[in-house]
Design a protein around this ligand. Sequence first.
Ligand SMILES: Nc1ncnc2c1ncn2[C@@H]1O[C@H](COP(=O)(O)OP(=O)(O)O)[C@@H](O)[C@H]1O
Ligand SMILES: [Mg+2]
Length: 226
Amino acid sequence: MIHLRGVRKTYPPSQTALHKVDLRVKEGDFLFLVGASGAGKSTLLKLLFGAQKSTDGEVIVGGRNLSKITNQKLAYFRREIGIVFQDYKLLTRRTVLDNVAFPLEIRGVHTSKRKELATSILDAVGLGDRVNAMPLTLSGGEQQRVAIARALITRPKLLLADEPTGNLDPAMSRVVLGLLLEAHKCGTTVIVATHNLPLIEDLNLRTLVLDRGKVIGDFDGPAGVA
Ligand SMILES: Nc1ncnc2c1ncn2[C@@H]1O[C@H](COP(=O)(O)OP(=O)(O)O)[C@@H](O)[C@H]1O
Ligand SMILES: [Mg+2]
């Protein structure tokens, strides 16, 4: 599903964030991206959803070559991906329900169907009683669960998360990680950038280690990372 070949990313004028990265991720895989701040985790994710273009090399996601894609095709491509950020990026003037239903609104789904699907996914993330709340009245963990519900409502094949537990306490981090693992169980390919090693050390999942823009490890589990 994902194939990176000799990928380099240099931000102007000369900051090289990724050097010659090669990576393959199969459909249905779960992958953690770890590494110190500045290692290139966010840059790698940005290349995968086309928010940045590689300076060299090829980025192929779901059969599309993002190094060459036109802006119009990129907009359609992005609709197939769910993205979750550390700072949630919720629409603060819309209710929780409307935030989660928003991707369906863009796709022209009928109001009653939007409401039905959004209610059901909010139930699934444990927020069935907060549908009419405004995002900023929720805790961080609740806001992140809204963001995950919004990312998953279109049933994307690929879910990307950049430090999704960065603002959360350990208990809520586990709840949020649990939702990402559940999406993976349902068949979604999931890539999670994190520097929260204690959170992931008990999980036997593939872990890619970045150091100053280079892949220095690719483990079946996080053993040896910490
Ligand atoms: N928009 C940008 N312009 C210039 N340099 C950037 C930009 N984004 C990231 N960088 C640099 O690229 C490197 C990798 O950053 P990033 O991908 O954010 O790493 P991480 O997410 O692992 O902390 C850092 O040295 C950072 O300063
Ligand atoms: Mg980052």
